[in-house]
Design a protein around this ligand. Structure first.
Ligand SMILES: Nc1ncnc2c1ncn2[C@@H]1O[C@H](COP(=O)(O)OP(=O)(O)OP(=O)(O)O)[C@@H](O)[C@H]1O
Length: 309
């Protein structure tokens, strides 16, 4: 940590604070020149240390925040501090992006949302293939990076793996108890409340809530208190407020199927016309070929019967 200087606070989590830091000697072992540093007193740093371990297994995806390194310093008096270094996201979180768009009364276009949803699906693909379920996907846990190449379109990356669960070969984690959800309640799927079921489908439901929020600027649930929210998640269907096209609505419905075994997977969703259209609009031709897995391709209009249940 000696070569790093913490400059200002970027945010705070349940573990401690997140700082913006610059590397005073960028040629040394942590080679990045700037970083976000998640810090916690050593005796309260177990979840940060676990996050570091998880991030090590998730390296090498452009859709997951990159782990730069970790160390222990004595920078606040004599109390040892655990520091987790991450690549710095200059655009803040997706939550900030949604709030800013709302304040400026600029709604994200569906193509833009589709392109962001594509990136989140690729992140989920990587996380699931490495044997994890994120368990806390929400706009505040998605980081935004500027991307000059794509005309103002941002790069998004999944972050905050503090609640992630190891589920090798897709086996789910189950508490067996009602109301024993792990992640953030407004983004939690019904099965996590009815039986404590946490499988890969968990992340897909949270993705649906996140994509709906990008599209409409509002959360899918409006509730009076926690009990009301729990009851709505278990018994009702999420509300998509605002003007949403049929194709986008269909995508959301596939993410928000109540039965986790029938809910679409990242593999199926990557082929959905909502994603395919966005990919075709925003990706350079060379990258489209690998991303385009839809048998209909881009140029052909997709008949409704192929994607509406
Ligand atoms: N790599 C990063 N680059 C830029 N800002 C970051 C980075 N990581 C975190 N932040 C900022 O710090 C805030 C808090 O960090 P983090 O997301 O890890 O905690 P949290 O999810 O808000 O809290 P909790 O521990 O309760 O889940 C984020 O919302 C974001 O604004």
């Amino acid at each position: 940590m000696d070569q790093w200087k913490k400059l200002h606070v970027l945010g705070a989590g349940s573990f401690g604070k997140v700082y913006y830091a610059i590397n005073m000697h960028p040629s040394s072992f942590l080679s990045a020149s700037v970083a976000a540093v998640k810090c916690a007193d050593m005796h309260r740093s177990i979840s940060l240390q676990q996050e570091a371990e998880i991030l090590t297994t998730l390296k090498d995806s452009p859709y997951v925040v990159q782990f730069v390194g970790a160390d222990v310093s004595n920078d606040s008096g004599n109390i040892p501090t655990y520091n987790l270094f991450l690549e710095y996201a200059s655009g803040g979180s997706l939550h900030d992006l949604i709030i800013n768009s709302k304040m400026r009364r600029i709604q994200m276009s569906e193509v833009e949302v589709g392109f962001y949803a594509y990136q989140l699906l690729k992140g989920i693909q990587h996380v699931h293939e490495k044997g994890w379920v994120h368990c806390d996907i929400k706009p505040a846990n998605v980081l935004v990076f500027d991307n000059a190449e794509r005309g103002g379109m941002r790069k998004l990356k999944l972050a905050d793996f503090g609640l992630s669960l190891r589920v090798p070969k897709g086996v789910a984690y189950m508490t067996g108890a009602t109301l024993s959800n792990r992640g953030t309640l407004p983004y939690a799927p019904p099965e996590s409340l009815t039986s404590g079921f946490h499988g890969r489908a968990y992340d897909i439901w949270s993705l649906g809530c996140t994509v709906a929020e990008m599209m409409t600027g509002s959360r899918v649930w409006i509730y009076r208190n926690t009990r009301d929210l729990q009851s709505q998640i278990m018994n009702e269907y999420p509300m998509i407020r605002g003007n949403v096209s049929e194709i986008a609505n269909d995508f959301l419905h596939k993410c928000l199927i109540k039965d986790p075994l029938r809910r679409w997977t990242w593999e199926q969703l990557l082929q959905h016309p909502f994603i395919q259209q966005a990919v075709c609009s925003w990706m350079p031709e060379t990258q489209q070929r690998t991303a385009r897995v839809n048998p209909f391709g881009c140029a052909v209009p997709v008949p409704e019967k192929h994607f509406i249940n």
